[in-house]
Design a protein around this ligand. Structure first.
Ligand SMILES: CCCCCCCC/C=C\CCCCCCCC(N)=O
Length: 539
C-alpha cells in the first residue's frame, strides 16, 4: 500500500493548514495589482525580433542584415522591457556590439562563400542569453546566493563555449531561483523576475529569467538547465519552446559542467542542460551545437515521418493528493492537439492512464536524495545554502526571515526545513513504482512513440502562490528521474492571455521525434505569441 491511513490523514491536515495559510496570505498580500498588471510590455516594433535564430544567421551570412543591427535590435528591446520583467541580471552589451562588428568584418572578408561559413559557424552573429547559474566568462555566477556576490566566471561552461564557437554572441546572464531549486525566479541578490504576459505572475523556475526574456522577445535563443522542470516550466509559463535532452550517466547529451550548484549523489543522471527558444525550428540546430559530437547518436538530421509515429495522451497524474488538478483550459488544449493530430496525420491517439504517475513527487524527491553509486549522500540543500561553508540552520533562518534579516528566500528556507525530515534512502515501494513506470513507458514509447502530457497542472501562477502548491512541479520532475527526453511546446493563449502548452515525451535517444512534433505543433497552433497583442482562443 502506498500511503497508510495516518499518512493520508497528515496529507489532509497539511492541505487544510495550507489552505488556511493561503487565505490569510490573500487577505494580507499588498494590493499592487492595479498598478503592476496595468503595465504591459511595449509592442515589438523592430521586425528583426520576429525572425528565428537560424534565419537570422542566414541573413547575416548573406549580408542582408549586419550582426551589429541584430545585436542592437535585441539590446534596444532588453533595455525597453527589462525594467518591467527584471529578467537579465547582468549584461555585456558593449562587448557584444564589438564582437558583432568583428563578425561583420569577417563576413566582409570571407571569400569561401556562404556554405563555408554555415558549416563552420552556423550561428555566426546571432545573439543569445544564458541562465546565470552557468559560467560565462566575465559574468557573475551566483545562482542567487547573496554570499556568492562577486563570483565572476573565468571560463565558459562547455555548452556556452560551443555556442560561442558556433559564432553566437552572448548578451548577458538571466535570473534564476536561489540555487536553481524553486518554481519562482526570486532571490535576494537580484530580486524577483516577472512573467511578460502578466507582470503579476511568475515566469517559472529555475530558468525563469531565460523564459521571461525569451517570451518578451528580448532574446531569441538561450541556455537553460533542468533537474525537475527548470527548462520546461519556464518555457511553458512564458509560451516558448524548451527541450530537456535524454539524460542518465550513460546518455548525457549536453554537458552539465560549469553550472552552480554541481549535481551530486545520483543527480548527475537527472540534470540536463538544453536549449530554450522562441521558434521550434531553432531547437535541433541549437541542440546539435550545444551537444557537439554527443548528438551524433541522436540522428537529429534524419527525416521524421509523423504519420508513422504512435501517439499517446495521458490527461493527468491519476490524482496525487499533493498536486493540484489540471486546469480545464489545459485539458481542452491537450484535447485540441489530439483532434488535430488525428485529423491532419490520420493517426489514432491512444488515451492512457499510468497509475504510477500518482507517485511522481515521491519518486523525484526520493531519487534526488538517494546516495550515489559510491554510497555518498548528495550535498544537502542546507550545505549548498551556506555555499560550502558549514550549513545553514533552517529554523534560525526562518526566525531571521520573519524580521527581514535572512539572506535567503522563504522557498529555500522551506526546502532546507523539509529536507531535515527526508529519508536518506528511497522506500522499496517507491523504487518499485519508479521501475515499473520506467518499464511501462520504455515499452510503450519504444523508438516511435510520443506521449502527450500536461506540463504543469496550472497556468502561470501569481507571485508567491507556489509556496502553497509546492508539489505541482512533479508533472515535469518525474521525467528527469526516468531520463526520458521531453520537448515543451506552446499552444496559444488562455482566456486570461496566459500561455497554454504541453510536454512531448519520447523514448531515450529518440529526441528527434518530440522535436519534429514540436515543429508540426508550432505550425498547427501558432507557436510563440507576442505578449499583450494576441488573439485569445481558449474557451
Ligand atoms: C516554503 C514551502 C517549501 C515546501 C517544500 C515542499 C517540497 C517541495 C520540493 C521541491 C520543490 C522543488 C521545485 C523544483 C523546481 C525545478 C527544479 C529544477 N532545477 O529543475
Amino acid at each position: 500500500m502506498a500511503l497508510t491511513r495516518f499518512e493520508r490523514f497528515v496529507v489532509w491536515v497539511l492541505r487544510g493548514a495550507g489552505g488556511m495559510l493561503f487565505a490569510v496570505f490573500q487577505l494580507l498580500a499588498p494590493r499592487r495589482g492595479s498598478e503592476r498588471s496595468a503595465r504591459r510590455l511595449p509592442p515589438i516594433t523592430n521586425p528583426l525580433l520576429r525572425v528565428p535564430a537560424m534565419q537570422l544567421a542566414r541573413m547575416i551570412r548573406r549580408r542582408e542584415v549586419t550582426s551589429v543591427e541584430v545585436v542592437q535590435a535585441y539590446i534596444d528591446r532588453i533595455q525597453e522591457i527589462n525594467p518591467l520583467i527584471n529578467a537579465m541580471v547582468k549584461d555585456r552589451f558593449p562587448s557584444a556590439l564589438q564582437e558583432a562588428a568583428q563578425v561583420d568584418k569577417l563576413i566582409e572578408e570571407e571569400t569561401g562563400g556562404e556554405d563555408v561559413l554555415e558549416d563552420r559557424l552556423p550561428l555566426l552573429g546571432v545573439p543569445f542569453t544564458v541562465k546565470e547559474a552557468f559560467t560565462l566568462q566575465g559574468m557573475p555566477n551566483s545562482t542567487g546566493l547573496v554570499t556568492r556576490r562577486g563570483v565572476i566566471s573565468a571560463t565558459d561552461a562547455p555548452p556556452v563555449a560551443l555556442l560561442k564557437r558556433a559564432g553566437a554572441i552572448p548578451l548577458g546572464v538571466t535570473n534564476c531561483s536561489e540555487l536553481c531549486m524553486w518554481l519562482e525566479s526570486h532571490n535576494h541578490l537580484y530580486g524577483i523576475t516577472n512573467n511578460p504576459y502578466d507582470l503579476e505572475r511568475i515566469p517559472g523556475g529555475s530558468s525563469g529569467g531565460e523564459g521571461s526574456i525569451l517570451g518578451g522577445a528580448g532574446s531569441v535563443i538561450g541556455v537553460g538547465s533542468d533537474v525537475g522542470g527548470s527548462i520546461r516550466i519556464p518555457a511553458f509559463f512564458n509560451g516558448v519552446f524548451g527541450h530537456k535532452p535524454t539524460s542518465g550517466k550513460m546518455h548525457c547529451v549536453v554537458s552539465n559542467v560549469g553550472q552552480f550548484p554541481p549535481a551530486t549523489g545520483q543527480q548527475p543522471g537527472f540534470l540536463c542542460t538544453g536549449p530554450m527558444c522562441r521558434y521550434a525550428q531553432d531547437l535541433v540546430p541549437m541542440l546539435r551545437v550545444m551537444g557537439g559530437h554527443q548528438t551524433d547518436r541522436l540522428s537529429l538530421l534524419s527525416e521524421v515521418d509523423l504519420k508513422s509515429l504512435r501517439f499517446f495522451s495521458v490527461a493527468h497524474d491519476g490524482g496525487s493528493l499533493l498536486v493540484s488538478p489540471v486546469d480545464r483550459q489545459l485539458v481542452l488544449a491537450q484535447r485540441r492537439v489530439v483532434e488535430r493530430l488525428e485529423a491532419d496525420l490520420g493517426v489514432e491517439v491512444q488515451q492512457l492512464k499510468l497509475p504510477q504517475l500518482k507517485y511522481s513527487f515521491q519518486i523525484w524527491s526520493a531519487m534526488m536524495g538517494a546516495p550515489g553509486k559510491d554510497g555518498k549522500q548528495p550535498t544537502s540543500f542546507a550545505e549548498l545554502m551556506a555555499d560550502h561553508g558549514t550549513k545553514v540552520w533552517p529554523l534560525w533562518e526562518m526566525a531571521k526571515w520573519t524580521v527581514g534579516l535572512s539572506k535567503h528566500t522563504m522557498a529555500a528556507i522551506g526546502l532546507a526545513l523539509v529536507e531535515m525530515f527526508q529519508r536518506s534512502h528511497p522506500t522499496e515501494f517507491i523504487i518499485q513504482q519508479k521501475e515499473s513506470l520506467q518499464r511501462d513507458l520504455e515499452e510503450l514509447l519504444g523508438t516511435d512513440g510520443v506521449l502527450l502530457y500536461p506540463s504543469h497542472p496550472q497556468l502561470a501562477p501569481k507571485h508567491h502562490h507556489p509556496l502553497f502548491t509546492p508539489f505541482n512541479f512533479s508533472y515535469t520532475g518525474v521525467f528527469n528521474i526516468l531520463g526520458l527526453p521531453v520537448t515543451q511546446c506552446p499552444l496559444g493563449l488562455s482566456t486570461e492571455g496566459l500561455p497554454l502548452g504541453l510536454q512531448l515525451v519520447v523514448g531515450k535517444q529518440q529526441d528527434r521525434l518530440s522535436l519534429a512534433t514540436a515543429v508540426y505543433l508550432e505550425k498547427a497552433f501558432g507557436g510563440w505569441r507576442e505578449p499583450g497583442t494576441t488573439t485569445i482562443e481558449a474557451t
